[in-house]
Write a protein that binds this ligand. Structure first.
Ligand code: ADP
Length: 241
């Protein structure tokens, strides 16, 4: 369970998140929606222990912040928008095995995940020779390997072509089926329809909505989030009826 309790954060004295309270159940896949600058990335940074709250607190399972940011960083995986900032190893193998124990089962798990993300034939490839899509897959594989319980994604659909988008949707669904708790920050809701089981909407640093995705569709435009084309089409059809 993730508890966010009256959370507040500021950069250089400028408040960017105010009094955010939300609860996320284990295994939920939550869409974190909001326009650029609404505070989505900052909230993810607080949930991963990379930032410390200036007000309120977060709790992921039994780990709390403020207080246990280091443990939080170990327990919660964050997929950054820019894969180049996340890849640390020189080759696919090195990156996946970084920080793993010496046990054979850990190495086998890394190899298996490379297979799941079609990276086994790139095992010894220098990471700078990977395509953008392969780099993102490497980051996803690393995240699943190290933080299997709670995964956060910062705008993971940005820049993906259609097949990659479908692949990511399948991965999110498969993770949810395995009981992994996921929060997906996005400024565009369309790729998350049929995937997200719940929704949080941030507007100018405040949590303006917490509930189901379908119940907020009519209000998204008011919060500067584009309603999905499919929804608008459906609404128009309903209006005609
Ligand atoms: P989002 O992810 O929704 O685009 P962010 O959390 O990145 O929103 O940003 C929220 C607000 O905080 C924005 O006004 C942004 O300009 C500001 N901000 C983000 N990062 C920094 C930073 N490192 N220093 C100062 N202000 C920042």
């Amino acid at each position: 369970m993730i508890h966010i309790d009256q959370l507040g954060f500021a950069y250089n004295g400028q408040p960017v998140l105010t009094d955010v309270t939300a609860h996320i159940s284990p295994g939920e896949c939550v869409a974190l929606l909001g326009a650029n600058g609404s505070g989505k990335s900052t909230l993810l940074m607080l949930l991963t222990g990379l930032y410390t709250p200036i007000q309120g607190r977060v709790r992921v399972g039994e780990i709390r912040s403020p207080g246990q940011q280091k443990s939080l960083r170990r327990s919660v995986g964050l997929l950054l928008q820019d894969a180049d900032l996340q890849i640390l190893g020189a080759t696919v193998q090195e990156d996946l095995e970084l920080g793993l124990g010496a046990e054979q089962k850990d190495r086998d798990a890394a190899w298996d995940l490379a297979g799941r993300f079609a990276l086994q034939d790139k095992w010894e490839t220098p990471v700078q020779h990977l395509s953008g899509g392969q780099k993102r897959k490497l980051c996803l594989a690393g995240m699943l390997l190290r933080h299997p319980g709670v995964l956060l994604y910062d705008e993971p659909f940005s820049g993906l072509d259609y097949p990659a988008m479908l692949e990511l949707r399948s991965l999110l669904k498969a993770n949810a089926a395995q009981g992994i708790t996921q929060i997906v920050a996005a400024h565009d809701v369309e790729p998350l329809i049929g995937v997200a089981s719940g929704c949080l909407v941030l507007y100018q640093g405040e949590l303006i909505y917490s509930g189901s995705l379908s119940d907020v569709m009519d209000d998204l435009a008011r919060y500067n989030v584009r309603p999905p084309c499919s929804w608008q089409r459906e609404k128009r059809l309903l209006d005609w009826e």
